[in-house]
Write a protein that binds this ligand. Sequence first.
Ligand code: HEC
Ligand SMILES: [Cu+2]
Length: 319
Amino acid sequence: MTADSHFVFLPAAASAHARHVDWIYFGLIGVSVVIVGLVVALLLTFGIRYRSGSPAPRGKLPEWVSREIEIGWTVATLFAFIFIFWFAAASFLTTIGAASNPLEIHVVGKQWMWKIEHPNGVREINELHVPADVPVRLVMISQDVIHSFFLPALRIKQDVLPGRYTSESFTADKTGSYDLFCAEYCGSDHARMGGRIVVMPKAEYQAWLDAQPGAENLAGKGRQLFTQLGCAGCHFEKGHRRAPDLAGLYGSYVQLAGGGTVRADEAYLRDSILQPARQVVAGYAPIMPSFKGTVSEDQIFSLVTFIKSFSGDREETTQ
Ligand code: HEC
Ligand SMILES: [Cu+2]
């Protein structure tokens, strides 16, 4: 609810997923109302029928009542609950199942604000502009304590943790401005750690991006850092190779020195930069220094984005 709106039972629903969640919500309320109604009705019926002194029969129930009816209602409720579980799980899976080519937006939470960065480097604080009808994936991390990124209009809420990426996917289909909250108590100004998400038509989003002051492409920033921090010195060294080639690394499986493999996802790239000794690539000496404390979460996002975009164009990046 925005400040100027009057009371509404539910916040606006701005995605197919949000409407699906509302169906689950109303479905569960419906089922609960039916069950409560049934229990109350039986309570009253029996209370009156078998009140003390009433002539109603009190003998044993016939056999079929205690067997068939007992089995019948147990099985029926079991299936009802399996159906509810399936419906809710299917809906949840659509929020974590990745669309093929989502717009990836980075979110850094800190006491007490949300820092947002678009792929082309446009930054904003406590506001998230997204295009309508485009799958969006938020990759999120916290700089300090646990926060939670809550978008009621999209019915999604995901904890944002220090030291670990979490993500949230959605496709908003209704333009407008909706609330954004932190849903994890994170200190004295927690209540103010919020803002809004603005869903715009695709063309308008592009125009909005273009109108933002001099942003530098995230991968480009990463490329610069890669040289500045000396990564290029090892990773793009010609001839004698001291460090693995990073081209095409993202999404591939990496052989580790201690045996075993690991998929090179965003978390792996981040760990490789901060704790290189933890998972050493097979065939290489553990000479890579840790960049813990040297690079900020924003910079790590840039580096990770650069490595993800990197397809082996080595000449351009070496100096
Ligand atoms: C002193 C040389 C050196 C520097 C500087 C260096 N690295 Fe490395 N890097 C290595 C070596 C050697 C490995 C393989 C052994 C390991 O996993 O620790 C590696 C592994 C990696 C991996 C995992 C590669 C794979 O194939 O799984 C990534 C990602 C990476 N480095 C990124 C970076 C980034 C980003 C920087 C700069 C912030 C950097 N490195 C700086 C030497 C270096
Ligand atoms: Cu918070």
